[in-house]
Design a protein around this ligand. Structure first.
Ligand code: FE
Length: 183
């Protein structure tokens, strides 16, 4: 059964992952693979590597247009991803990805240089996501036991937009995904 879930995820990336990533110069599949490769490069534990690979999976399984941000719609993609994947994966995988948009709003609140460095598309979606976190929500975010992993994931997410970068294929991450499956 566990192999079925992972194969299904790989099939979704294969069939739907060629779409553009929100105005960035990489496809959804390239973005996922670059985020996972960055996590692995930085020595992240396998379950966090799995979170990096799956962090935008919600983009692939909802039916809204990929340019919906330009039309003023926040697709709440991180919740779609965490909800569907939560049936199969442990919180160490799903919590960092559920929190990765909050992590962006958090970093914008606590690190002004972070906001300045965001890509134009990411700055546009920040507005739809609610802008930088207000102080009370900063404290609540820091109280979440997975907040550090969510911030790490966010930074890999931000760098995973390099046109033409070579990465290992999806199959390379099968064992990382297996390590995060519910038993
Ligand atoms: Fe992303």
């Amino acid at each position: 059964m566990s192999a079925t879930v992972i194969d299904e995820i790989f099939t979704v990336f294969r069939e739907r992952g060629d779409g553009a990533y929100l105005g960035e110069p990489v496809s959804q599949s390239e973005h996922a693979l670059q985020a996972a490769a960055a996590a692995e490069r930085d020595g992240a534990p396998p379950q966090l590597v799995a979170a990096a690979l799956l962090h935008d999976y919600g983009h692939l399984v909802h039916d809204l247009d990929e340019d919906s941000a330009e039309h003023g719609i926040d697709t709440v993609h991180e919740d779609v991803g965490a909800e569907g994947l939560g049936r199969h994966f442990v919180p160490a995988v799903t919590e960092p990805l559920r929190l990765h948009v909050a992590a962006k709003r958090y970093l914008c609140a606590v690190e002004p240089s972070y906001l300045d460095a965001l890509s134009p598309a990411s700055k546009l979606s920040l507005e739809l996501q609610g802008g930088p976190l207000p102080p009370d929500e900063v404290a609540a975010f820091e109280a979440n036991p997975h907040h550090r992993e969510a911030v790490q994931l966010r930074r890999w997410d931000d760098e995973a937009k390099i046109e033409g970068l070579a990465t290992p294929p999806f199959e390379h991450y099968r064992s990382a995904l297996e390590s995060g499956l519910r038993t």
